[in-house]
Write a protein that binds this ligand. Structure first.
Ligand code: ZN
Length: 533
């Protein structure tokens, strides 16, 4: 039971990796039976797992401390190495798709692998290797730029996550200053964010054209493994959100203004839900972990085992620090078969959302580790299904919120339930913006911002930036990392939000049935497509 911090990292030897991978691929091609191909596939899977584990270790250790020169160099190495491995994997996918034993292999390995293989084959050609490396480098630049934030505020230098906590203050002047300080950081670095994004858009458009796509949109869908829906279905979903959820969200914002005793809600008021202050978790990060331990022990035997393992092996880093990358994520170490949770707790209720959210991801992938399906592609499902595990867990955690929040528990539940409604219009806005951006890759950064602002008026009609010049020009989205690093991964959260509400409803009616359904969804991992799941 090695602790995460004690796991040794060795930079993968790419030459040796490539040689072994190609040898196994040759054996796959030369095998005279499904059995022989399955054996070669198992060797390929173990090679892929080894590389993926090293890549995850670098991501975790580099984001935990973006100032560490060793892991910064390893991160640069991975930015170059990942596309090479992706190239090898695309050869594997082509070999799988062309297998003469495909029906037998589908019975052994499942049909979903072949659906994914057919999509992934379309996303790579050797000609785009250097473009993919450049895409990774630009993504890393974005992370470093945000992590570099040291904004003097209230007598100390603060990172962006720390500032967000001040932006929820019951003191209106404080909220206003903190909100302006956050926007000020993005405005001060506007040229850099514009350059990074402009290069990313042009690069992704060029990659798509080299691969034979008309633009980046269908390539993004293929990259995300979306096998059973396309851009048209997503546009229909956005129209439904616009028609049915935007009015509900606007009504919630009106109620919020009335609750706060304000004639109208300014942007800097949006983060404060209650005049007495937002719900605050008890006991800081330590309190959340201690409550988490007893919550998961009480929730089920499976979750109890899961969280004990995470604690014993030190598989999380939760508190915000200077130099730590922003955001939260869950990663996976396939050879260890354990997840890792990264977060930036800042003492707000979002810490608890993030905790149960990332634990939902981690629980699912931990169950994949136990299932040992032998297909790395099934460790996680596609992302819209992944987010059901995480957002569903946020709601399944509700009965324990009294211990996390004490007298603030009801405030937390109201805030959490309404936050999902308020989120849906924003989520589809991010998605529509990206469809527009990649459908019009030649426009200028100023035009992109104007388009964003126009979509804010459509989906967030209550939004009032009180004359903040930068935000009025459409600069808000600089803070949304997915737009830079994970294009088109955002509608996924909105789809999953709706499924998570279904778990909430189910759990209210029949807790046992809801848990059984959640566990079986987690246990399927990525072995089926989104709609099948
Ligand atoms: Zn998530």
């Amino acid at each position: 039971m090695t602790k995460f911090d004690d796991l040794p990292y060795v930079r993968p030897d790419l030459e040796a990796f490539e040689a072994e991978f190609r040898a196994a691929l040759r054996d796959f091609g030369a095998a005279g039976s499904a059995e022989g191909q399955a054996a070669a596939f198992a060797r390929l899977s173990s090679l892929r797992n080894g590389f993926e584990t090293a890549a995850s270790m670098v991501e975790i250790r580099q984001t935990r401390n973006t100032l560490d020169p060793f892991y910064e160099a390893e991160n640069d190495f991975m930015d170059e190495a990942k596309p090479r491995v992706e190239g090898l994997e695309s050869e594997l996918y082509a070999a799988l798709a062309a297998s003469p034993f495909r029906p037998e292999l589908e019975r052994r390995l499942g049909r979903q692998l072949f659906r994914l293989a057919e999509l992934k084959m379309k996303t790579y050609k050797p000609e785009i290797l250097e473009d993919l490396q450049a895409e990774n480098r630009l993504g890393s630049e974005y992370v470093k730029l945000k992590a570099s934030a040291r904004v003097p505020f209230e007598g100390e230098e603060r990172n962006l996550t720390e500032l967000l906590a001040f932006a929820e203050s019951p003191d209106r002047g404080m909220r206003k200053r903190a909100t302006a300080a956050i926007a000020g950081f993005y405005r001060d670095h506007e040229a850099e964010f514009d350059r990074i994004y402009d290069e990313l858009v042009r690069l992704r458009d060029a990659i798509a054209r080299k691969l034979g796509f008309p633009n980046f949109v269908p390539l993004a869908y293929a990259r995300l493994g979306r096998s059973d829906y396309g851009a048209e279905a997503v546009a229909g979903y956005r129209r439904q959100v616009h028609a049915t959820v935007v009015p509900l969200a606007a009504a919630l914002r009106k109620r919020q203004a009335a609750r706060l005793g304000l004639p109208s809600l300014e942007f800097y008021d949006e983060a404060l839900e209650f005049p007495s202050g937002n719900p605050e978790p008890l006991g800081g990060a330590e309190g959340i972990v201690a409550n988490g331990l007893s919550m998961f022990a009480a929730m089920s035997k499976e979750t109890g085992d899961f969280f004990r393992l995470l604690s014993e092996r030190g598989l999380y880093d939760l508190e915000t620090r200077k130099g730590k990358a922003a955001g939260g994520y869950c990663s996976y170490l396939p050879t260890e078969r354990v997840p890792y949770i990264f977060a930036n707790f800042n003492g707000t209720a979002e810490d608890v959302d993030t905790f149960s959210h990332e634990c939902g991801h981690a629980f699912q992938v931990y169950r994949s580790g136990l299932a040992a399906r032998g297909v790395p592609d099934y460790d996680w499902p596609t992302l819209e299904a992944c987010e059901i595990h995480s957002m569903g867990m946020e709601f399944l955690a509700w009965p324990w919120m009294d211990s996390f929040f004490g007298k603030d528990a009801a405030k937390y539940r109201f805030r959490h339930l309404s936050a999902g409604i308020l989120f849906l219009p924003y989520g589809v806005l991010v998605d529509e913006f990206q469809h527009w951006v990649y459908g019009n890759p030649q426009v200028s950064p100023a035009e992109r911002k104007a388009a964003w602002r126009g979509l804010e008026r459509k989906y967030l009609p209550w939004r009032d930036y009180s004359g903040d010049e930068f935000l009025e020009r459409g600069g808000f989205w600089f803070r949304q990392g997915h737009i830079f690093q994970d294009p088109f991964y955002y509608i996924d959260y909105t789809l999953a939000q709706v499924s998570a509400y279904e778990f909430w409803g189910k759990a209210g009616a029949d807790r046992g049935a809801a848990w059984a359904s959640y566990l079986s969804l987690c246990d399927l991992g990525g072995s089926e497509s989104y709609l099948e799941l």
